[in-house]
Design a protein around this ligand. Structure first.
Ligand SMILES: Cc1cc2nc3c(=O)[nH]c(=O)nc-3n(C[C@H](O)[C@H](O)[C@H](O)COP(=O)(O)OP(=O)(O)OC[C@H]3O[C@@H](n4cnc5c(N)ncnc54)[C@H](O)[C@@H]3O)c2cc1C
Ligand code: SF4
Length: 409
């Protein structure tokens, strides 16, 4: 319990980061956390870039750590094959070479557990780098506090920005959209990059036991299911760390103008630890490596930031009203939601619960879609309304400014 990232006790992300990076970092931002630099980066090796999730920053960094003999192994998530794949398609593994690291690149929208590698973490002798979502890195930081030996060997924590994760049911559901009523697949790859245009329109590719294959693009239904929070674990609704604030470095998709238009993929990188910042500043093997403004990075994740501040506040209120226990969150991270936003999160939370419940009752893809139809409609309409309100406010502001200028003239 002492290391659970949702445990209601200190240290939270803010105090862990203060302890880790106080003397090291130059900026302390309200949502990005402590950092030394913000960069936009893309790896030069075309093979690494093609197989990576975004700009290949994580794979590049692990490669550099191996080349400089800083680590003996990396704990990464990879697709399981052979006997291991019968029960689970993805999981953590101990990787000890650069080809293994490259093979494990890309994203897994699949539940994973550090229990797969805890033996190595607790009793191994390797110097280790761990790649993980913000909650996993927080758990490791808490573990480091109770185990000095583990702290000594876990040399680098590499974080991935995160808006939500997904249960296994999500993969089975999307596979059902790709190939109607085909049943759960026995293989999936989550991020095949498009051959041109928008980097965000990547594909999931599936394989079934009967030899059938199928694929689906983000804009063909995955994006809808993602933003409606279908099959998202309940815990993610009470998480306020977008940017892995306790990791030595955090990487994410640079899905904003002008990089989003480049189908090859690009990463934003938040460097917190001095050593990692030094490697990026040197930039050996990077094709693109430029400093960016913090407003650009925050804007690129604005919907996730809003969800993990105002959204968390709304969900906490709803669950407390239903007499459900919710974890305590950092008060400064919570924000007030407008009525339209609050309705959107309420409906998305409803769709989340309905999707999991229906799937567990063995409902079909079509049943889940019809059970969440109202939520989908409300969420879509409220987004549209919010956009309209923003546009109207800005038009009204421009009109007032125009009148004032006219009067002065
Ligand atoms: C569940 C999830 C949610 C995410 N949400 C967002 C988001 O909201 N916004 C955003 O900008 N980015 C998000 N990301 C991060 C983003 O998709 C990329 O993973 C990140 O930009 C790294 O890209 P890269 O090209 O540098 O990584 P690569 O060079 O491709 O390396 C990726 C590394 O991540 C490891 N990995 C893959 N899946 C997992 C996993 N589930 N848990 C732990 N390690 C894993 C791989 O083993 C590999 O080492 C999310 C990632 C995941 C897995
Ligand atoms: S949203 Fe938070 S709790 Fe959920 S997987 Fe991401 S970091 Fe973990």
């Amino acid at each position: 319990m002492r290391v659970c990232p949702f445990g209601d006790y200190e240290p939270d992300e803010t105090s862990l980061a203060a302890e880790l990076f106080e003397g090291d970092t130059t900026t302390n931002h309200e949502v990005l956390g402590r950092y030394r630099s913000l960069r936009v980066a893309r790896v030069a090796d075309p093979a690494v870039l093609a197989s990576s999730a975004s700009g290949g920053a994580v794979t590049w960094l692990l490669q550099r750590l191996f080349e400089r003999d800083e680590i003996d192994s990396a704990l990464c998530v990879k697709a399981f094959d052979g006997e291991l794949a019968v029960d689970r398609m993805y999981g953590y593994a101990v990787l000890r070479s650069i080809p293994e690291i490259q093979d494990a690149s890309s994203s897994a929208y699949y539940p994973v557990t550090l229990a797969d590698v805890i033996e190595e973490l607790s009793h191994g002798t390797d110097r280790v780098a761990v790649v993980g979502l913000p909650c996993f890195i927080k758990a490791i930081r808490r573990l480091q506090k109770v185990s000095p030996a583990l702290k000594e060997r876990t040399i680098f924590c590499i974080g991935l920005a995160c808006g939500q994760s997904k249960s296994v049911m999500f993969t089975d559901f999307i596979a059902g959209v790709a190939r109607s009523e085909a049943g759960p697949p026995n293989g999936v790859r989550y991020r095949f990059k498009p051959s041109e245009g928008d980097a965000g329109d990547f594909s999931f590719k599936f394989e079934w036991a009967d030899g059938g294959v199928g694929s689906l693009r983000w804009t063909q239904g995955i994006g809808d299911a993602w933003s409606l929070r279908l099959f998202t674990p309940r815990a993610c609704g009470f998480c306020d760390d977008v940017f892995a604030e306790t990791a030595d470095v955090c990487t994410m998709d640079a899905w904003t103008h002008p990089w989003r238009a480049d189908h090859r993929g690009t990463s934003f990188v938040i460097a917190r630890a001095a050593y990692v910042e030094g490697l990026f500043a040197e930039g050996h093997g990077l094709d693109l490596n430029e400093l960016v403004d913090q407003a650009v990075v925050v804007r690129s994740q604005s919907s996730v930031v809003r969800d993990k501040s105002a959204g968390v506040a709304v969900r906490s209120r709803i669950h407390r009203c239903d007499y459900l226990r919710v974890p305590l969150k950092r008060p400064l991270r919570l924000a007030t939601a407008s009525a339209v936003e609050a309705l959107r999160w309420r409906m998305a939370d409803n769709a989340r619960a309905v999707s999991a419940g229906s799937w567990m009752r063995r409902c079909s893809t079509r049943d889940v879609r019809s059970a969440t139809r109202v939520s989908r409609w409300v969420v879509g309409t409220s987004r549209w309304l919010e956009l309209l309100i923003v546009r109207m406010r800005s038009a009204a502001g421009n009109a007032v400014r125009f009148c004032i200028r006219g009067k002065r003239a």
